[in-house]
Design a protein around this ligand. Sequence first.
Ligand SMILES: *[C@@H]1O[C@H](CO)[C@@H](O)[C@H](O)[C@H]1NC(C)=O
Ligand SMILES: *[C@@H]1O[C@H](CO)[C@@H](O)[C@H](O)[C@H]1NC(C)=O
Ligand SMILES: *[C@@H]1O[C@H](CO)[C@@H](O)[C@H](O)[C@H]1NC(C)=O
Ligand SMILES: *[C@@H]1O[C@H](CO)[C@@H](O)[C@H](O)[C@H]1NC(C)=O
Length: 466
Amino acid sequence: MEKFYVLCLLVFFSFSLFHGGTARAVKSRGGSEEWGYVEVRPKAHMFWWLYKSPYRVEQPSKPWPIILWLQGGPGASGVGIGNFEEIGPLDTNLKPRNSTWLKKADLLFVDNPVGTGYSFVEDTKLFVKTDDDAATDLTTLLIELFNRNESLQKSPLYIVAESYGGKFAVTAGLSILKAIEAGKLKLKLGGVALGNSWISPEDFVFSWGPLLKDVSRLDNNGLEKSNSLAEEIRQQLKDGQYEEATNTWSQLESVISKNSNSVDFYNFLLDSGTGPLALSTSAVSNGIFALKRYSRYLKKYSRYLSSLRVSPGNDGGDLDSLMNGVIKKKLKIIPANVSWGGQSDYVFSRMAGDFMKPRIAEVDELLAKGVNVTVYNGQLDVICATKGTEAWVDKLKWEGLQDFLSKERTPLYCKGDQGTKGFLKSYKNLQFYWILGAGHFVPVEQPCVSLNMAGAITQSPAAEAS
Ligand SMILES: *[C@@H]1O[C@H](CO)[C@@H](O)[C@H](O)[C@H]1NC(C)=O
Ligand SMILES: *[C@@H]1O[C@H](CO)[C@@H](O)[C@H](O)[C@H]1NC(C)=O
Ligand SMILES: *[C@@H]1O[C@H](CO)[C@@H](O)[C@H](O)[C@H]1NC(C)=O
Ligand SMILES: *[C@@H]1O[C@H](CO)[C@@H](O)[C@H](O)[C@H]1NC(C)=O
């Protein structure tokens, strides 16, 4: 890895944008890292950070891939969390990460949607309200990055998502294909991977009670309360009461916490707060706006913000001080009055009306268009439990579904490591990985098998190397 404190060669460039704005980018000395802002709409600025892999292998038949990592939330920072706590080249102590996915691909982190992490808006009206709005902004960003860059265009782009990021990934995947077909975007979409993804909120809330009952974390009383709130959510979704469904969801989380003595929603073997979660509470604040206006929302979702901290790392480094300290200094272009937050409450609250909407139909559309779709799920997760994921996969209308379901699974192992690490089921363009011994944050809890999976998903020329 290049030394961290290299003096950056500043390359500022301006060119006309889709919407008439400007973009600004910086390249590190040696060119292994680039980052910048794209003004995806006037006064809405999206931050991206691209790492070029030092492990790149040239193979004419297998192009070197790029992974676009999409964090969850909505409002969680991929540039901070996915990068420094999960798959990037350095951990939160700025030590090299042995299991970095750079070993298989170039990595593109984006603080998506605007208002997340280093991304910011100059007017609070510019936050997105829906997954579709977010997909449009993300597509605009990709147009800016890829259309004038033939070297980037040679690499297929694989979208890999975690948690709520899965909803962004499928809507963005469709928006990207549309832009490609219309001749507006020069890019090869390699595939979409949905890691513990919030694709069908209804299926997940119905999975919680039975799962936690089966592993002794709830008794029948707790199960009954849980299922009754899940029924309420089902009715609200049926009636199109999406914000109300978000409220009931939050209530259901409280009921489960109470009845399970605070199970960790990201790993049912643990108690909440004892898991590998490490975002300080100040990390939830973000942006450059007055807090007052949102106090109603803050109150409403305070439970969400305290329980659904989206950070997996527990390696001693404080991500909040890192991102607002040395990293901000290194990047040079983050406005002084934009402070990085791990989870933006503004972004979440603005999306409260879309949060509970399913995206199963979008997965179907991707499958029908022949896009490679990978689903992977950590065995110990609660919030996006494998049981719920299997339930929404069963609802796919994709013509290959029955053949897929009847296929046998292949066990997965890792070199030098005893025991079964997972299973893979694969048919045509659908792949499903069951990852054992991991909760919500699969690359953190099972780095070895995850890295191999990243290589397989992206058809990386480096896939067979490790
Ligand atoms: C790093 O990964 C390699 C395999 O890629 C493994 O052999 C080695 O033990 C790992 N080192 C550490 C410190 O985990
Ligand atoms: C675009 O491609 C050139 C190589 O032709 C490269 O040096 C440059 O950094 C690329 N820009 C981006 C944003 O990746
Ligand atoms: C899609 O998946 C199939 C089966 O795993 C694979 O052979 C093919 O190369 C993949 N295509 C891309 C673009 O990754
Ligand atoms: C943040 O700084 C920019 C200049 O860099 C300024 O235009 C803007 O008004 C500032 N915003 C706030 C809320 O202070």
